[in-house]
Design a protein. Structure first.
Length: 399
C-alpha cells in the first residue's frame, strides 16, 4: 500500500481543521507533506502544519527551490495520493480546466497519481450546475470525492446544509480505502459485531459490555481491501462505516435470522459479536414492580449461530471468536472442532489492557490442525488486517 500523502489545503474555513487531518493521517501510518494555498493561510498557519507534519509547508511563495528544484513536479511525483481538504469551488474549477494558476492546481496538472477531493463550501455553491459539471469532469479523469456531508456551516447564522467537509477521522479512513491493496475484490464478507440484548421486560435486559470495535475494524479492513461487506451488529455507539451494508439487530434470535438469510452468498464470515448464550424463558409485556428480596429467573439457550453455519457451510470460510477467563486454549480448540470452524481467535476480556471497549487487543489464532499463533497487543485494526490475510489463505473459490 502506498504510504505517502500530500495534504493540499484549500482556502475555505474548514482549513482550520487541516492540522488535525495531518495528525489523523500520521496516526494511520502515512507519511504526510502539506501544501497550503494563499487563501488557506488565512485560516491556518505554516507553523501549525509544519509542526504536525514534521515537514516544511509548500506554498505559492516558492515554486522553485534555490537548487532549481521544481516543487510542483516533485510533489506530484512524491505523493501516492493528493488529498485536497478543504476543496473549494475555485480549486475544483481550476483543476477541471487544467489550469496551473497556483501550486495546488499545478501539482495536480503535473500528473499526480491519485487525487481525492474533500469539498467544503456553501450548500448553494455545491448545488450550482457549474460546480457539478467540474466534479463530473474530474471524476471522468479518475479523481475521487469524499463528501461533502450535511451539517453546520462556518458562517454565523447560515442554515445547515450539504457542503460541510468530512471530519478528519473520516478523511483518514477514505485515504486508507483508496490506497489499500484490493486483494478481496470480488468477495463478500459477512461480519458480526457488538452485543445482543435479551429482554426480561420492556426496559430490562441481559447483555454484556462489548463495544463492537473488533467487528467494525474487520468490516472496515475488508471494505478497504475491496470486499463487499455486510455488517450485522447489535446495539453499539459506533457510526455506520461508509461503503458497508449494515444490518442492525438486538437479540440473538434477530442476529441468527439476519446471518443465516445472507450466509449462502458470502465467502467469509467473521463472528466477532458477543452473542448472549441465554435469554429469559419468559418476557413480560409490562415492567415488573420491585417485590420481595429474591427473584428466580429461568433462562433458556439462544440459537448457536456459529454451530448452524458450520453445519451449512460449503466452501465458505468461518472464523469465530472465543472469550475465555480460564483454560482458554482448550476451550477455544474444542469450540473450533465442534462448530466446524476454519479459524478461531482467542481473547481474554478480563485483561485490563484488552478488555471490552479497549482500542487494542491480543489474540491467539488457532487452526484445525491445533497450530496456534499468539498475536501481541496491537490496535484492533492491525489485528483485523492480519486476520483477513490469514483467512484469505483458506479461501479456495477463485474470484
Amino acid at each position: 500500500m502506498g504510504r505517502r500523502v500530500l495534504l493540499a489545503v484549500g482556502g475555505g474555513a474548514a482549513a482550520i481543521k487541516a492540522p488535525l487531518v495531518v495528525r489523523r493521517l500520521r496516526e494511520a501510518g502515512f507519511a504526510v507533506r502539506t501544501l497550503a494555498t494563499r487563501r488557506a493561510l488565512a485560516f491556518t498557519t505554516e507553523l501549525s502544519l509544519a509542526t504536525v507534519s514534521g515537514q516544511p509547508v509548500a506554498t505559492d511563495a516558492a515554486w522553485f527551490a534555490p537548487s532549481g528544484r521544481v516543487l510542483h513536479l516533485e510533489l506530484a511525483d512524491w505523493a501516492d495520493l493528493v488529498l485536497v481538504a478543504p476543496a473549494t469551488a475555485a480549486d475544483l474549477a481550476r483543476a477541471a480546466a487544467g489550469l496551473s494558476e497556483d501550486l495546488l492546481s499545478a501539482t495536480i496538472a503535473a500528473g499526480a497519481r491519485r487525487v481525492l477531493w474533500a469539498p467544503a463550501m456553501n450548500p448553494e455553491m455545491w448545488a450550482d450546475p457549474a460546480v457539478a459539471a467540474n466534479v463530473g469532469r474530474l471524476k471522468a479523469r479518475g479523481h475521487a470525492f469524499a463528501g461533502p456531508a450535511y451539517g453546520a456551516m462556518a458562517a454565523v447564522g447560515e442554515a445547515p446544509g450539504l457542503g460541510r467537509m468530512l471530519e478528519p477521522e473520516e478523511l483518514a479512513a477514505r485515504v486508507r480505502y483508496h490506497l489499500s491493496q484490493k486483494d478481496y475484490a470480488g468477495r463478500t464478507v459477512l461480519v458480526t459485531a457488538g452485543p445482543t440484548r435479551e429482554y426480561l421486560d420492556p426496559v430490562r435486559f441481559l447483555s454484556n459490555p462489548s463495544s463492537g470495535k473488533m467487528g467494525y475494524a474487520v468490516a472496515e479492513a475488508a471494505r478497504d481491501r475491496g470486499a463487499r461487506v455486510i455488517l450485522v451488529h447489535g446495539p453499539t455507539h459506533l457510526p455506520d462505516p461508509f461503503g458497508v451494508e449494515t444490518v442492525p439487530v438486538e437479540s440473538a434470535e434477530e442476529m441468527h435470522r439476519a446471518v443465516l438469510e445472507r450466509f449462502p452468498k458470502v465467502d467469509l464470515v467473521v463472528m466477532a459479536a458477543a452473542v448472549a448464550d441465554w435469554r429469559p424463558a419468559e418476557k413480560h409485556r409490562e415492567k415488573e414492580p420491585k417485590r420481595g428480596q429474591e427473584k428466580v429467573l429461568t433462562l433458556v439457550r439462544t440459537p448457536d449461530i456459529l454451530a448452524e453455519l458450520g453445519k451449512r457451510k460449503r466452501d465458505q470460510v468461518l472464523v469465530g471468536f472465543a472469550m475465555e477467563t480460564e483454560r482458554g486454549l482448550d476451550r477455544a480448540f474444542e469450540k473450533l472442532k465442534k462448530k466446524n470452524l476454519d479459524l478461531i481467535c482467542l481473547n481474554h476480556p478480563t485483561d485490563p489492557e484488552t478488555a471490552f471497549g479497549a482500542d487494542e487487543n491480543r489474540l491467539v489464532i488457532i487452526e484445525p490442525s491445533g497450530r496456534t499463533e499468539a498475536w501481541g497487543k496491537a490496535s484492533k485494526r492491525a489485528l483485523a488486517e492480519r486476520l483477513l490475510t490469514r483467512a484469505l489463505g483458506f479461501m479456495q473459490k477463485p474470484v
